[in-house]
Design a binder for this molecule. Structure first.
Ligand code: ACO
Length: 326
């Protein structure tokens, strides 16, 4: 039994923050950001909207794309590092906005690997018969957890969401062919948000020291990211017996164009087969892969029958890769 993505949808905030805008906020330059990351601009959520609003919009669009009704969904999984609240889950806030039945809804917290983690969990639910169709959504509002005085992080992140309807594939040739996932929690402090949980609840001091924002050791993350992406891609290609050069389209997590280039090079995938959205959306963490898949479909780069490879890494440290026959 195979599962496949029956439909995709996104929610992309309208407000654009360019590198020139950031030059007015921190000591940085358009040239530095472009050359070190590949980012030219990113989106920022409107005031008054939350992560769950992006989830709802992306999910409604994915349902329409799949021609599936809300009442036909048996579970909702949200992948996010920027939840509306510590509890309940962002999925719980989104559920009534989408008009879903009283189905199980929950969040996955595995940062940028979250969409692929959610896809692997959804595949298990469908394979065991616990669900017929599962909505999965990567959604992030990173702008609200960014330290706008830290030039090492504030230039990187953007807001947005991407959702997919996962269901049984009508034939064995099409759908999720193989996947791999993993984590190494000993690297957790390389990229984290220290305060606001139960370890460091909010105090004047946590606020004063900006502990409620993203903390990252960029160059260490970079080194581990390249290794994790390379390993994950290698594993999924081995498992499925596919060679890098046979992949039609590589849609990686969009964190840094240099990480993507190194990963593609090591897997033997030419850059013409790599799909990039980082220039216009920055790093949208768990949302980046589904947003890029939808973008690739809309631009005609992703067609039925294509062999599509996705790979991600993120805070945790987590990683995952998946190979699809579209
Ligand atoms: N503008 C100008 N200069 C900057 C900026 C900036 N925005 N940011 C850092 N610099 C400076 C540093 O201060 C440093 O200056 P110094 O040499 O005088 O000390 C210099 O640039 C080099 O700094 P590095 O951190 O070594 O720069 P690097 O080449 O590693 O690039 C970057 C930094 C872009 C953050 C890179 O390390 C990276 O992309 N890392 C991976 C980050 C990532 O992918 N994170 C997301 C993970 S996904 C998730 O889970 C959310």
């Amino acid at each position: 039994m195979r599962t496949r993505i029956l439909g995709l949808g996104t929610s992309i905030p309208e407000q654009i923050l360019t590198n020139a805008d950031l030059e007015r906020i921190v000591d940085t330059s358009d040239e530095w950001i472009r050359s070190r990351t590949g980012i030219e601009e990113r989106r920022r959520i409107e005031d008054g909207r939350d992560c769950s609003d992006l989830v709802a919009e992306a999910c409604v669009n994915a349902l329409a794309d799949a021609a599936v009704k809300p009442e036909e969904i048996d579970a909702l999984i949200t992948a996010t590092a920027t939840a509306d609240t510590l509890f309940p889950s962002t999925a719980a806030w989104a559920q009534p906005k989408i008009g879903l039945r009283r189905i199980p809804v929950f969040d996955i917290s595995s940062a940028c690997s979250g969409f692929l983690y959610a896809n692997i969990v959804a595949e298990g639910l469908v394979a065991t018969g616990s669900a017929r169709r599962v909505l999965i959504c990567g959604s992030e509002v990173l702008s609200r957890l960014t330290n706008w005085r830290d030039r090492g992080t504030c230039v990187l992140f953007g807001d947005g969401a991407g959702a997919a309807v996962i269901g049984r594939s009508e034939n064995d040739d099409r759908g999720l062919l193989g996947s791999t996932w993993g984590a190494d929690g000993s690297l957790a402090e390389l990229l984290w948000l220290p305060a606001g949980g139960t370890r460091f609840p909010a105090t004047h001091e946590t606020v004063e020291h900006r502990k409620h924002t993203i903390h990252m050791c960029g160059n260490e993350v970079f080194k581990h990211a390249v290794k994790a992406m390379e390993r994950a891609v290698g594993e999924v290609l081995d498992r499925t017996g596919v060679r890098g050069e046979d992949v039609d389209l590589f849609v990686p997590h969009q964190a840094n164009v240099r990480i993507i280039k190194k990963t593609a090079e090591r897997a033997g995938i030419p850059m013409e087969k790599v799909y990039l959205t980082i220039h216009k959306y920055g790093n949208t963490s768990a949302a980046s892969i589904p947003m890029a898949l939808k973008d690739a479909e809309e631009s005609g780069r992703l067609r039925e029958g294509n062999l599509v490879l996705c790979a991600a890494f993120g805070s945790g440290f987590t990683w995952a890769a998946a190979l699809y026959r579209w």
